[in-house]
Ligand binder design. Structure first.
Ligand code: ADP
Ligand code: MG
Length: 254
């Protein structure tokens, strides 16, 4: 049996909310170790696309396949497996406020993976140390900075051994001085070969990490290509125009 070329294939996803069509036949593929970056104006459907990919939101039509096998989106077991294999990082962290950093990471290990407490704690400690929070494990989200909260969320996702990580503007809710610590963690993941799709407005992540950039607007992937193809010197692409406006806004052009 030959290995499927793509770890993830999304084919012709459509999604509407009432009369509002959010995704208009979006397709993409992801190879193992590939990083795709999703950019585009607010309201263009980036979050909806990421939520459909791990079925937090059910698409109206279209298919999602992993390793060449289509996920039956109506089958609970398939959905459960999909969510275990595809981790998600949200802009707003989505931690449990009543649980410590450690327990935010152990809870899924214990409830979903059925690990005993010792093993779950050990794994969670390892992941929290990886993101530089080994000394913060007993703190609650309210006692952590935004950057630390996002790093807990990343540790939580990694503890489940995802094959693909979806990141939805992971640095957008952070104060500017905290963006760097989360970017470092994401860069370290990239260096280890993690397969990712990330929506971001962070120019340094787009140019430095992406193998492919997808420019999404009005529910359609309007342009895609390597950072060089879309953002190289003198390129008159829509992606380039969008990034120019971004760097004008936040002054981080390089
Ligand atoms: N649960 C929802 N119910 C109704 N409309 C929604 C919902 N989620 C998103 N939308 C709408 O979908 C559009 C695309 O949103 P979103 O996917 O969040 O775009 P982006 O992440 O690119 O900013 C927006 O117009 C938004 O208002
Ligand atoms: Mg969004």
């Amino acid at each position: 049996m030959t290995e499927a070329k793509f770890i993830l294939e999304v084919d012709t996803l459509n999604k509407s909310y009432g009369d509002n069509t959010i995704l208009k036949g979006v397709s993409l593929t992801l190879e193992e170790g590939e990083i795709k970056v999703l950019i585009g104006p607010s309201g263009g459907g980036k979050s909806t696309l990421l939520q459909c990919i791990n079925c937090l939101v059910a698409p109206d039509s279209g298919t999602i396949s992993m390793h060449g096998k289509e996920i039956n989106l109506k089958n609970k077991k398939d959905l459960y497996q999909l969510r275990q294999r595809v981790g998600m990082i949200f802009q707003e962290f989505n931690l449990f406020d009543h649980l410590t950093a450690l327990d935010n990471v152990t809870i899924a290990l214990r409830k979903v993976r059925r690990m005993d407490k010792g093993a779950a704690n050990k794994r969670a400690m390892f992941e929290l140390e990886q993101v530089g929070l080994g000394d913060k494990i007993e703190l609650y989200p309210a006692q952590l900075s935004g950057g630390q909260k996002q790093r807990v969320a990343i540790a939580r996702a990694l503890a489940m051994d995802p094959e693909v990580l979806l990141l939805d503007e992971p640095t957008s809710a952070l104060d500017p001085e905290l963006v760097g610590e989360v970017i470092s963690v994401i860069k370290a993941l990239a260096a280890k070969g993690m397969t990712m799709i990330m929506a971001t407005h962070q120019i340094s992540l787009i140019a430095g990490l992406a193998r492919n950039v997808l420019f999404m607007e009005n529910g359609i992937i309007q342009e895609q290509g390597s950072p060089k193809e879309l953002l190289g010197a003198g390129k008159k692409t829509r992606t380039q125009g969008f990034c120019d406006r971004l760097s004008d806004l936040d002054g981080e052009g390089s």
